[in-house]
Design a binder for this molecule. Structure first.
Ligand code: FES
Ligand SMILES: [Fe+2]
Length: 416
């Protein structure tokens, strides 16, 4: 299969040429045509809450700083000094006071990006005008408590970008605050990580722990494409036997659920309990965790979970950033519980993330082999199947990802 033919084809992507995971030209095109032209998750609003608070993020290969202004508005800039290009903020995050001052020759920019300080300016001559040297601003937009940035000024606004996916996401991410971050690097293409969070075919095999606690967890639910490019993976009624579930949770997961102390009505999993993993194009997944909230969290159910982004570092290397969140105003005890249990499963050392990291690295290594030249994403796509009847292990959402992926790679800059 020639990569060019696949990219130009208009039909749904039942398969993906393996060159998309190993071709350097594809990688370069992804940075400019996808990462520059999509809304990219940067942080949760409370991570930059006071005037002068900033956070550095990398969008594709672009250094971006998100900063809270004196007017409390959030703004984002390419983090590159207009003098000779050095980063203008130190460290990962912090508070810069009223200016971002470059460490190299001390040019200083205010919180709206204007150049306000130049040491010994006279040598530049009378024509020198500080207003010509402001930081390059990029778009910054909030959705619930999430903060997104976009490098390309011409793309659709964030709500249009999220489309039908937006309302599915909103309740999960409104009223939350970040309580911790963790990042790690794996030796594999960035898309392997993102695909994995649209993939409901692997968990019972890859994650023995999930299988042990809820053996039939993927029998009911769905795996839907949410146009354009997003997805919702859902599990319903994961374990009819609550006592078996809590016993397994304790034995295999170390999570104690004080069943005896619960009111009778709560000594079972609500049958309508819905557990979802959502993903937005091209590189974010959202994992609210209602099941964990049934454990020994001191004050009961809350909004807690984590969000992951993946950033390419080449064709066969990528960085995962994981942000654990909780409901705003939660007690210190609840927060400790959320951090302990979420970080236990996910994160560079997590039970679940460790399995997925292993899978991504094995895939990337195998992909070097010159054997079959495509990866298959055809589950749930019998001939003539329109996609109405979705099985949780089907692959509609991965196909939607690659449909939109090809649209981006085909479209000339600025005109999608
Ligand atoms: S590079 Fe920033 S002041 Fe010179
Ligand atoms: Fe997984």
């Amino acid at each position: 299969v020639r990569l060019e033919d696949w990219l130009l084809s208009e039909t749904q992507a039942d398969f993906v040429p393996r060159d998309v995971y190993r071709d350097r030209d594809v990688h370069d095109a992804e940075l400019r045509l996808i990462f520059d032209r999509t809304w990219q998750f940067a942080c949760i609003a409370n991570e930059v809450s006071a005037p002068g608070d900033y956070l550095n993020v990398t969008i594709g290969d672009q250094p971006v700083v998100v900063v809270r202004g004196k007017d409390l508005a959030l703004r984002a800039f390419i983090n590159a000094c207009t003098h000779r290009g050095a980063l203008v903020t130190d460290h990962r995050k912090g508070n810069c006071g009223s200016t971002m001052k470059c460490m190299y020759h001390a040019w200083a920019f205010d919180l709206t990006g204007r150049l306000v300080g130049v040491p010994y300016p006279d040598a530049y001559g009378p024509e020198f005008d500080k207003t010509d040297h402001a930081l390059a601003q990029v778009r910054c937009s909030e959705f619930g408590d999430l903060v997104f940035v976009a490098i390309d000024p011409l793309i659709d606004d964030l709500v249009t970008y999220l489309g039908e996916f937006g309302p599915r996401l909103f309740d999960y991410v409104d009223g939350i605050e970040a309580i911790g971050r963790n990042a790690w690097i794996y030796e594999g293409n960035w898309k392997l990580w993102h695909e994995n969070f649209r993939d409901n075919y692997h968990p019972e095999f890859t994650h023995r722990w999930i299988h042990d606690v809820m053996a039939r967890y993927a029998d009911r639910g769905g795996n839907w494409a949410c146009r354009p490019g997003h997805s919702v993976l859902q599990w319903v009624d994961v374990e009819p036997d609550f006592l078996r579930y809590t016993a397994n949770l304790e034995r295999k997961g170390g999570i104690h659920v004080p069943v005896a102390g619960l009111p009778q009505a709560e000594q079972r999993l609500p049958p309508e309990l819905i557990w979802e993993v959502l993903a937005s194009f091209p590189n974010v997944d959202y994992q609210p965790t209602p099941l964990l909230a049934l454990g020994d969290v001191p004050s009961g159910l809350n909004k807690t979970g984590f969000i992951q982004t993946v950033t390419p570092l080449g064709v066969d290397r990528a960085r995962v950033e994981l942000i654990v969140y909780s409901q705003k105003g939660e007690s210190a005890d609840d927060r400790r519980w959320s951090l302990r249990h979420l970080a236990d499963g996910q994160g560079s050392w997590g039970k679940v993330s460790g399995d997925d990291t292993e899978a991504a690295e094995r895939v990337q290594t195998g992909l070097r082999g010159r054997s079959t030249d495509v990866n298959l994403f055809s589950r749930g796509r019998a001939p003539g199947d329109g996609g109405a009847d979705v099985n949780p292990r089907d692959e509609y959402s991965q196909r939607e990802f690659y449909r939109v992926y090809r649209e981006y790679l085909r479209a000339p800059r600025g005109g999608r």
